[in-house]
Design a protein around this ligand. Structure first.
Ligand code: GTQ
Length: 343
């Protein structure tokens, strides 16, 4: 490959004239933006160990009342992207959110899409456009772009969940904004959308109309996902045990930007995920093990930890236990890569 001219080779005076007119020569930066064969990746392989983060999150509960936070969140910022940019991967934002008993994170809606993955605690619910979605460990609660949502906690201990948003992408597109609303009237006692879609392959047909492209199901309980993976394991003695979370009407990913899935590792198993273009997020729901990216160092993880790995790599995950399975929820940018034709 030919080496290209550098900035320093250009006369200082010429560079100054370019700058004055807001011009930049391409060739000195050409290889940086179009590297040969493999893209440059800022996403670092990381584990945010929950046991380390939890005390700081609880301290935030003492330091900052809800009125002064609105959302009491510690953002899992991948240093490769710059801590203040709040990116776990190029387009995925991750945050651990704490609500204490009796607190409410007030009603609002915004353009970014969000999923909550419940990490610890019980007795909380998120009301999404009037529908209270209960939040149990490992559940996915969807608040698609534009839907009102407020989080309430009527349980005893703290509740913590992982927020997964396409905020970095929407922000980059200069499309990120929010509005506050009055507290929601709970129109229902429980999540209707889950009742409607609680049986696989069965969808409601009561004055039924597909009103929106967003997934109509707002809560994906972990108990269902776990039993599906466990039953799959009875049929497959080997091979990846993996599911995708989809819109039950269309089979599309939950959001156009982020795809969600879950993996089961059999006792003692090491799996290798095929090399793909997209960076990936892992949240360990059960078990403990190792993650290795290409020939890099191994990172240990345990239940409730959250990890990231860059794209274009081979990812190996292993289960430390010889007796029990391990389960991880995944999030990646595959839908966006597919749409853009770069997957
Ligand atoms: O719960 O609505 O972590 O609006 C970041 C922005 C959570 C939320 C975040 C948000 C929320």
């Amino acid at each position: 490959m030919q080496s290209l001219g550098t900035l320093e080779e250009l006369p200082k005076e010429y560079r100054g004239k370019l700058t004055d007119l807001n011009l930049v020569p391409l060739w000195p930066s050409m290889r940086a933006v179009l590297p040969y064969s493999v893209p440059s990746r800022k996403t670092q392989t990381l584990n945010w160990n929950y046991d380390s983060v939890r005390p700081l999150l609880l301290e935030a509960g003492e330091l900052t009342p809800m009125e002064r936070a609105e959302r009491r969140v510690l953002v899992l910022a991948n240093p490769g992207h710059g801590l203040t940019n709040m990116q776990a991967t190029p387009s995925i934002y991750l945050g651990l959110q704490l609500i204490l008993p009796g607190e409410t994170a007030p009603n609002h809606r915004h353009t970014p899409n969000a999923v909550r993955i419940i990490v610890e605690g019980e007795g909380a619910y998120t009301t999404v456009d009037g529908e209270p979605c209960r939040m149990d460990r490992g559940d996915l609660i969807l608040t698609p772009s534009g839907k009102w949502h407020e989080h309430c906690h009527e349980g005893d201990g703290p509740i913590v969940w992982l927020d997964v948003l396409d905020l970095p992408l929407i922000y980059q597109l200069e499309g990120s904004w929010a509005i506050e609303g009055q507290p929601q009237q709970k129109k229902l006692n429980r999540d209707k959308s889950f009742a409607e879609y609680s049986a696989a392959g069965v969808v409601p047909n009561i004055n039924f109309e597909r009103a929106s492209a967003a997934s109509p199901m707002l809560r994906y309980p972990w108990s269902k996902t776990r039993s599906c993976l466990a039953e799959m394991a009875e049929h497959y003695a080997e091979g990846l045990l993996r599911i995708s979370y989809v819109n039950p009407e269309t089979g599309a990913s939950l959001f156009p930007s982020i795809g969600f899935g879950a993996l089961m590792l059999r006792p003692g198993e090491t799996i290798s995920l095929p090399r793909r273009t997209t960076a990936c997020v892992f949240h360990a729901v059960e078990g403990a093990g190792q993650l290795q990216v290409d020939d890099g160092d191994e990172v240990s993880w345990q239940a409730r930890d959250t990890l990231t790995a860059p794209g274009y790599t081979e990812i190996r995950l292993s289960n430390d236990s010889k007796t029990d399975p391990a389960f991880l929820i995944t999030a990646d940018e595959a839908p966006l890569h597919r749409y853009l034709g770069i997957f």
